[in-house]
Design a protein around this ligand. Structure first.
Ligand SMILES: [Zn+2]
Length: 555
């Protein structure tokens, strides 16, 4: 009976999700083994080598009106782009439910739709390096993806409209025409959002104008830096603006803006006192905040949190999860401004650079602000949350931009554990931290591959750590410490399951009752004598990251 019930519930859930129309999302949710097979469509969409993607986006000019009562949008997107090779066909993305009303560009052309793809075909080949502007007028009701996005239409505690967009893991093409590839960032982005006049809009970049007409208001924002396509976003609601003055690492007076719901002004005001503290530590660790010219803003959003560049979305739960002192999500999202937004992966397969580094930054912040014990405690939490079933360096060149299933979350904690392991091996904190800062200088506002990141780390750290980094990046499992426990004879035998690179042959710390002992495993079994009732705890967080694999216990 119970089984039948669960099957019916599952079937209902699948049908509900099917009605949401987005099959990859279902695949991502239910496939626990990873994403070994990709459809033709996913390969086409994410292929960096596709010649029809051989152009650089220069500017997005997005003008959109939102209709909260109908949950619809209508807009115009102008995409300025420059071909990098001489050709006549260019590929863009727009989810198929969005209806195109008109389209214009220079010269004779036609625009063909094939599923979620837009093919712009010119009669004549277009010259390389000569800029083209494509303008598409469109409208529609964005597909609702089980509450994830691309636009969440919600009501605030007073029953008023509250709307946030979020497209990471969903696809920005669900709400606007664009190029979804991570490596193709526009230099300039204009976001112009029209809403009913009782709502306030905030978006990425600086607010450069508000125009009011016929019970409507238009808020225009300008982003003057390259921005990841999935960071382009807006929020509409009944916000109040709070300001947190801040002096940056160069001694320049700045302002951190915080947009909160009007009825949560006091709690938000207290909560955001953390923001200048976190900013100060990160500027010391990674260098000056990359987007002061676009501003630094936090906004209360309908979902938990998202690193939308220069307009970070934070949820409505104003609490401090780390010892009632700090909110680690706020720390994480701000860290993304350096890791993910300034230094960006070249392909979605490199997304650990965003999430692993932002997660590791949480530990680095806690260490600087509260001390080494808090760093170690944060790392220990990660040790026990990694799945280790899929490599964190993903398959490249596919439209893989969702990480909603559990095992795929290793890009966060395992990415951080890799950096922690690297620090252990380097054994020189000053050198290690300087290397992170240098990456922020050398790769500022750039897209880099995992390989480039490894090469840069090796160069900065004056040694070749590739065998270790590649193990954590490309293998599903970290080093395995095999253990055999013989309770009868009071022995614990341990060894590495396979030979590990020489540099990783480190002492491991084990807590024996309250005393720390050190072991130096090899691929041969070694033994620890156990006294009856004695407790052993492997302090994995104190050394390189590994997993314990208990082969057997003889009682
Ligand atoms: Zn993140």
């Amino acid at each position: 009976m119970r089984n039948l019930e669960s099957k019916i519930i599952l079937l209902f859930f699948v049908l509900v999700q099917s009605s949401c129309y987005y099959k990859p999302f279902i695949k991502y949710t239910f496939n626990k083994e990873g994403f070994k097979k990709f459809s033709k469509k996913e390969k086409l969409a994410g292929n960096n080598e596709n010649p029809h993607r051989a152009y650089q986006v220069n500017k997005y000019d997005w003008v959109v009106e939102i209709f909260p009562d109908k949950e619809r949008i209508a807009g115009t997107m102008s995409i300025s782009f420059t071909p990098t090779i001489r050709q006549d066909t260019f590929l863009f993305d727009l989810q198929k439910r969005m209806k195109i009303k008109s389209c214009s560009t220079t010269g004779d052309f036609d625009l063909k739709r094939k599923g979620d793809f837009l093919y712009l075909n010119f009669e004549e080949k277009q010259t390389a390096r000569k800029r083209i502007t494509l303008t598409i007028q469109y409208e529609g009701k964005p597909v609702k993806l089980t509450g994830e996005g691309p636009i969440q239409w919600k009501k605030d505690d007073k029953g008023r409209h509250w709307i946030s967009s979020i497209t990471e893991g969903v696809g920005p093409h669900f709400m606007m025409p664009c190029n979804i590839l991570l490596g193709n960032e526009a230099d300039t982005t204009v976001i112009s959002v029209t809403v009913p006049s009782n709502l306030t809009v905030t978006a990425n970049g600086q607010l450069i104008g508000v125009v009011e007409a016929e019970n409507k208001k238009t808020f225009k924002h300008l982003v003057t830096n390259p921005i990841n396509i999935y960071n382009i976003s807006f929020n509409a609601g009944h916000f109040v603006q709070l300001n947190k003055p801040y002096t940056d690492v160069n001694g320049i007076e700045r302002n951190i803006e915080c947009f909160a719901m009007d009825y949560r002004k006091e709690v938000a005001d207290d909560y955001y006192n953390q923001a200048p503290i976190i900013m100060k530590e990160f500027e010391q660790l990674f260098g000056v905040f990359p987007w002061w010219n676009d501003g630094c803003r936090f906004v209360e959003s309908t979902f938990a949190a998202m690193e939308h560049q220069s307009c970070i979305a934070m949820g409505d739960e104003y609490y401090k999860d780390w010892k009632d002192t700090i909110n680690t999500t706020l720390v994480h999202e701000l860290a993304h401004e350096w890791w993910g937004n300034s230094v960006t992966g070249k392909d979605y397969c490199d997304i650990w650079i965003h999430e692993g580094m932002a997660t590791y930054s949480e530990a680095l912040f806690l260490e600087k602000f509260l001390g080494k014990e808090d760093y170690t405690e944060r790392m220990r939490k990660m040790v026990f949350s990694a799945y280790n079933t899929i490599p964190i360096h993903k398959i490249c060149g596919v439209a893989y931009n969702s990480w909603t299933n559990g095992p795929d979350q290793d890009i966060y904690d395992k990415g951080a554990l890799m950096m922690h392991s690297l620090r252990v091996l380097v054994n020189d904190d000053a050198l290690f931290l300087q290397a992170l800062k240098q990456i922020q200088v050398d790769f500022a506002v750039q897209n880099i591959s995992s390989e480039e990141m490894v090469i840069k780390l090796n160069k900065s750290l004056l040694d070749d750590y590739s065998p270790m980094l590649n193990w954590y990046l490309d293998e599903a499992k970290p080093p395995q410490l095999e253990v055999r426990i013989d309770k009868k004879k009071g022995k614990l035998h341990y060894r590495w399951a396979r030979e590990i690179p020489l540099m990783m042959r480190q002492e491991l710390v084990v807590l024996r009752n309250k005393e720390e002992i050190r072991i130096n495993p090899t691929s041969e079994f070694q033994t620890i004598d156990l006294v009856s009732g004695e407790k052993l705890r492997f302090l994995i967080e104190r050394g390189i990251y590994y997993q314990l694999n208990v082969l057997d216990v003889i009682k």
